[in-house]
Design a protein around this ligand. Structure first.
Ligand code: MRU
Length: 375
């Protein structure tokens, strides 16, 4: 999507081409204050970039890990080297299933090959996974924008459709376009008048920092709100639809996404406002069925993300300030589960379905056997 009016991806190969390809990412911890591209030259770099959230968002974590495997194949293309790289990358963040999906796709592709061929094929396959992600997000944009068009109040086509989103499920969370924001981008480019309420998403503020930045670059009207304002907006009729992303969706349609998503879904349900999740196939965990969402590993991150707030100081430096009493106990759960019963529909690259086993199986009959976790 656009940055300073130029099409940009969240991960790409560095230009001009080097002797050996080097992936390049945006250090998202510095946004919205600074747009800094960082080279990933080693497996260590890839591992660190995911763990420290220079890259984040389920699909982008998966693609970065795929490039991490390619970098690992450059220094140790042996089977044991690849398996150890996959283990290290898989330990970085536990909740997004896309990580597991991308790593097993890479290992499956590389294992049968002679070690000398593995690096080149790994780079090709990582690029193919990135392109597949872009295609999936574009298709989600198409199907989701049809949902948005139908929600425009009849008789009031000139009024802006009011959309509430949480965290960042835009192009920064994927390779391009995003999941929850892809329908917004597509509808906006097609001329649908809309406005996005962006919840700030404490503790890391992916909404306030990343979503607001993305939407601003695309010229989309938006307003940042504190997380706890959503209920008020929903109850007073100022939201027409909620769209969120997902880090892991069970085959029964339960959606695990950034902490705070569940509360929005509860409030939307109470207020009769539709709540959609944008779900690429790579985010579906077919191993988890009815009643099994509780076994999704919920990431718990460092308490300093809660006790401190990070931002730009008046002197232009990035800094953190403490907001809790010194030594105060804090808890920092990264994700929560929204049960399928609160989800109006799942917007996938293959169309929109009811949040249920039957709904997902109708769109993904080839993957719904329950045995293939890769989706
Ligand atoms: O902790 P993060 O920033 O990686 O969490 C991101 C989210 O929760 C997104 O909503 C999710 O990954 C879907 S991204 C298209």
């Amino acid at each position: 999507m656009l940055v300073n009016g130029r099409d940009t991806r969240s991960i790409r190969l560095a230009e001009p081409p080097r002797e050996a390809p080097v992936p390049e990412i945006i250090d998202q911890t510095r946004l919205p204050h600074e747009l800094r591209f960082v080279l990933l030259e080693t497996l260590d770099d890839a591992e660190r970039s995911i763990r420290e959230m220079w890259v984040r968002g389920a699909p982008l974590i998966g693609v970065t890990a795929a490039y991490g495997m390619a970098l690992a194949a450059r220094t140790d293309p042996s089977t044991s080297g690849l398996e150890s790289a996959a283990r290290r990358l898989s330990d970085t963040r536990p909740t997004a299933v896309n990580l597991e999906w991308a790593l097993s796709a890479m290992v499956e592709k590389l294992r049968p090959l002679p070690p000398a061929d593995r690096e080149a094929v790994a780079f090709e396959h990582a690029a193919a996974l990135a392109d597949t992600d872009v295609a999936a997000c574009q298709a989600i944009g198409l199907h989701g924008s049809e949902v948005l068009e139908k929600l425009v109040p009849s008789g009031a086509p000139a009024e802006r459709l009011q959309i509430l989103t949480h965290c960042n499920a835009g192009w920064l969370a994927t390779v391009d376009w995003g999941t929850a924001l892809a329908p917004v981008y597509r509808a906006h480019r097609a001329g649908l008048p809309l406005h996005v309420w962006v919840s700030e998403t404490r503790p890391r503020n992916q909404g306030a920092g990343l979503t607001a930045w993305e939407l601003g670059e695309e010229g989309i009207p938006h307003t940042v709100i504190p997380d706890n304002a959503s209920g008020h907006l929903l109850r007073t009729g100022r939201v027409d639809v909620v769209i969120a992303g997902t880090d892991r969706t069970t085959s029964a349609g339960d959606v695990c996404n950034k902490i705070g998503t569940y509360l929005k879904a509860v409030a939307a349900h109470d207020c009769g406002v539709p709540f959609y999740a944008a779900v690429p196939g790579s985010s579906i965990d077919w191993k988890l069925g009815e009643g099994e969402a509780e076994s999704i590993p919920i990431e718990e991150r460092d308490g300093s993300e809660v006790s401190e707030v990070r931002g730009l100081a008046p002197d232009g430096r990035m800094t953190s300030v403490r907001i809790t009493p010194a030594g105060c106990r804090v808890a920092n759960f990264g994700f929560d589960v929204t049960p399928a019963r609160l989800v109006t529909g799942l917007i996938t690259e293959r169309g929109v379905c009811v949040a249920s086993r039957e709904g997902l199986a109708s769109l993904f009959p080839d993957r719904a056997s329950g045995k293939d976790a890769r989706g």
